[in-house]
Design a protein around this ligand. Structure first.
Ligand SMILES: Cc1ncc(COP(=O)(O)O)c(C=O)c1O
Length: 397
């Protein structure tokens, strides 16, 4: 063993599963043959290398579709949820404005930045964009949504699960209202797919974004579900090229990544319910300890409408960065890792009504497939000890 390896400190406990997940070894195994032995271009229609790759890509499409009650031909591969969200929002917005004169987008203030920025781009192109607020529980009010909708609305884009506070939006209610005015419903399901049951028919979803690396698949791949019937969703592509993915997303598909996403979806489908029960128990145990042992700590977002693997708690009287710095041995996040570690208060916690300027540390604790009971106990010990230490120091100052 090299000097460097032996001196390296033990890996901290990873509790940041909403930022990303490790690729499941079963996924890595499924991907491996598609790098070398079976490297064909899935768009090569004239020989076996191409046919094999195309078959693997289509099987992966079916696996993604099966998890949400869709058809394989309704799944388009992308580079991740960022691209899926961009394509859904800009693609539908531009198509519907051109074809139908619909030039309004309705979304929510607590969406991921890639949704908010896509909507902002359309706003600069002359669209009207409505950004709904959320309640203290992190959820939108369907009546407020209804009031924001009209016959000019092209798209409603509301995330299934929030990446910071883990709350589950009422998609069926949202869809009913969107459909009443002929608006299509897009949902960013990067944090929901494979974690909670999602059925595009039951929920009335027209477009759905998925990310590989949030579900124990590889980074750099995602999917967009696009409804084909009732309604037939249409959209403008963002990229032009060789006509791949029915002309909606040009570029050679990365076979290994598509296979990896398919495998990750298949495992999620098989293990989702048992895993949800296990994670809910671990999460509840962690929260119970933190609430009992840290004075004034409170949970952000709805307790009930929440994915199993997420907690987001605020600890009054401490600075966020100060707390994170004291949490050696624990990899957690103060907000969202998806905004390049931008400093400043999280836009989601602000939308929730947490007062800016008031000293408080918020921590997101994300549990996942490889989190153990022991890790949860040790994490609670470390968090409690860090808070006690910092509070004692503040008290002494
Ligand atoms: C809710 C949500 N949407 C979109 C993204 C972006 O996904 P990707 O990294 O696949 O582009 C993330 C996280 O990064 C997310 O949590």
């Amino acid at each position: 063993m090299s000097q460097e390896t032996t001196n390296r400190p033990a890996q901290p406990i990873y509790l940041d599963y909403q930022a990303t997940t490790p690729t499941d070894p079963r996924v890595v195994d499924a991907m491996t043959p598609w790098f070398f032995e079976r490297f064909g271009n899935p768009h090569s229609a004239e020989h076996k290398y191409g046919w094999d790759a195309a078959e693997a890509v289509d099987a992966a499409r079916e696996a993604v579709a099966a998890e949400i009650g869709a058809k394989g031909r309704e799944i388009l591969f992308t580079s991740g949820a960022t691209e899926s969200n961009n394509l859904a929002i800009k693609g539908v917005g531009r198509w519907r404005r051109e074809a139908e004169g619909r030039d309004r987008i309705v979304t929510v203030a607590s969406e991921h930045k890639c949704v908010l920025e896509s909507a902002a781009r359309l706003e600069r192109e002359g669209f009207e964009v409505v950004r709904l607020g959320i309640g203290r529980d992190g959820l939108i009010d369907p009546d407020a949504l209804e009031a924001a909708l009209d016959e000019r609305t092209a798209l409603v884009s509301i995330m299934a699960v929030n990446n910071e506070i883990g709350v589950i939006q009422p998609l069926a209610e949202i869809s009913k209202r969107a459909r009443a005015v002929g608006a299509w419903l897009h949902t960013d399901a990067a944090q929901a797919f494979g974690k909670i049951p999602l059925d595009v028919e039951a929920l009335g979803i027209d477009l759905m974004s998925v990310s590989g690396h949030k579900i124990y698949g590889p980074k750099g791949v995602g999917a967009l579900y696009i409804r084909r019937r009732r309604p037939k969703v249409q959209l403008e592509p963002l990229m032009d090229g060789g006509g791949q993915e029915k002309g909606l997303r040009a570029g050679t598909l990365p076979t290994p990544l598509c296979v990896g996403l398919g495998k990750a979806a298949e495992i999620a489908r098989r293990e989702r319910d048992a895993e949800a029960a296990r994670l809910t128990a671990l999460r509840d145990r962690l929260l119970a300890r933190l609430e009992a042992e840290i004075d004034g700590l409170f949970l952000n977002g709805s307790r009930a409408q929440r994915i199993p693997g997420n907690l987001n708690v605020t600890i009054p009287g401490l600075e966020g960065q100060e707390l994170l710095a004291a949490l050696d041995g624990l990899s957690v996040s103060s907000g969202s890792a998806c905004s390049s570690g931008a400093p400043g208060a999280s836009h989601v916690l602000q939308a929730l009504g947490l007062e800016a300027g008031k000293v408080a540390a918020s921590v997101r604790l994300g549990l996942g497939r490889f989190t153990t009971e022991e890790e949860v106990e040790v994490a609670a010990d470390r968090l409690v000890a860090a808070v006690n230490r910092l509070r004692a120091r503040r008290g002494a100052a």
